[in-house]
Write a protein that binds this ligand. Structure first.
Ligand code: NAD
Length: 372
């Protein structure tokens, strides 16, 4: 019955790669070794069929624990195309006006919100009220107040809220964390992150404050914030920040072009970070401890992630981030699996509190305490 071909198909290529790797202690994939997945499959509808939604849908083809079964979109022609491409039944298709009806649909477990940032808050709350688990893209919301409201709504509805932090499942990243945890770097003293690219089309929603909630910080700077937290392994207590704007026509009021920011951690470790929509080739992490270092470049792109430490090259398996993320999220939702780095709403809220503090620090020039 269980032929090798069946086994390979069910496991999916990326899950297999994970099995062959050395991060089994970090991944629930370890549970699968030697047998196909027979647990509950997470049935997901994607809301927002744009660039990243498409990437997630493609990656989910290789999932073994999660499956794309529905769509929510305001564009009927896109719905038709996705139905054909992913074999999605009519009864699992919704638009932004009627998706609350998903509460009557027993064939969808979770909705993955992949729309412009400003829409996440309201859409996740509606998902929660419909009784479905919510997976939300980063940034989870525009500010900490909104984030807290989303967490409360999901708690009240007894559904889970997860944030699409795909790097939290990336094997080379997890290896650096493992090394830090066993003391290979000694006391961590310093972290540096450079995250940025040149934003193209000036009319895109990412450069519209009402839809993006800000500029580079909301989109790419959040990788530096989140990375600082998981690489140092502490929560920052203060921030300072400086904004630079060279093109005020393209980057209007409230849309940050470039922000440099610094974070201070309780141990005394510090971080120095750069977030930019106008500087290319910025995708680098550097962690320095008393006994060693880790350097990753690219550090948060879609991969492959590359890096080395004072002990040599990082050579853990290369994965499709979104495939592993969605398989892991299935086990987080159904089995209360706890990933090495959390991806829950509280994790998203921590980043939002830091973003709030960074914007305040950039505006005032003051050192700002991060709200606990
Ligand atoms: P996109 O512009 O490619 O897609 C956005 C989608 O939302 C489109 O299909 C658009 O039609 C739809 N939409 C619904 N209401 C809209 C409105 N009022 N205005 C504009 N579009 C509307 O954007 P994207 O790159 O897919 O980003 C979507 C979200 O995913 C963002 O929150 C972004 O930060 C996040 N994202 C995450 C990653 C990651 O690696 N985790 C990568 C890219 C984007």
């Amino acid at each position: 019955m269980n032929t090798r071909r069946d086994f390979l198909r069910k496991m999916g290529a990326s899950a297999l790669m994970l099995q062959l790797g050395s991060i089994t202690s970090f991944s629930s994939a370890a549970n699968q070794i030697g047998k196909p997945y027979e647990g509950r499959v997470l049935r997901v509808a994607i809301m927002g069929l744009g660039g990243y939604g498409t990437r997630v849908a493609e990656a989910m083809k290789a999932c073994t624990k999660a499956k794309l079964v529905g769509v929510i979109s305001g564009t009927p022609s896109k719905i038709k195309a996705w139905q054909a491409r992913y074999n999605i039944p009519e009864k699992n298709c919704y638009n932004y006006d009627n998706f609350d009806l998903v509460k009557n649909n027993p064939d969808i477990d979770a909705i993955y919100v992949i729309t412009p940032n400003a829409l996440h808050h309201n859409q996740v709350i509606r998902v929660a009220k419909a009784g479905k688990h919510a997976i939300c893209e980063k940034p989870m919301a525009l500010n900490a107040r909104e984030g807290q409201e989303m967490i409360d709504a999901c708690k009240n509805a007894n559904v889970k809220l997860l944030v699409g932090y795909r790097m939290h499942f990336e094997p080379r990243t997890l290896e650096v964390l493992r090394m830090r945890n066993v003391g290979d770097f000694g006391k961590v003293m310093f972290f540096q992150a450079q995250c940025g690219f040149k934003a193209g089309d000036p009319s895109q929603w990412r450069l519209n404050k009402a839809l993006a909630g800000g500029g580079s910080m909301m989109d790419i700077g959040i990788y530096a914030i989140n990375g600082a937290r998981y690489m140092v392994g502490e929560e920052p207590v203060w921030v300072t920040a400086q904004e630079t704007k060279t093109d005020p026509l393209k980057f209007k009021d409230g849309v940050d072009e470039t922000i440099q920011f610094q974070l201070g951690f309780p141990s005394g470790a510090i971080a120095s970070c750069l977030s930019s929509y106008n500087i290319s080739h910025l995708d680098r992490f550097y962690l320095s401890g008393e006994k060693g270092f880790a350097e990753m470049q690219p550090s948060t792109g879609y991969g492959p992630i590359r890096g080395r430490t004072h002990k040599g090259e990082l050579n853990q398996p290369i994965t499709t981030h979104q495939t592993v993320q969605m398989d892991e999220m299935a086990t987080i939702i159904f089995d209360d699996h706890r990933p090495a780095i959390p991806v829950n709403g509280e994790e998203g809220l921590k980043d939002l509190k830091i973003i709030d503090a960074i914007y305040q620090a950039a505006e005032t020039g003051l050192k700002v305490k991060v709200k606990g």
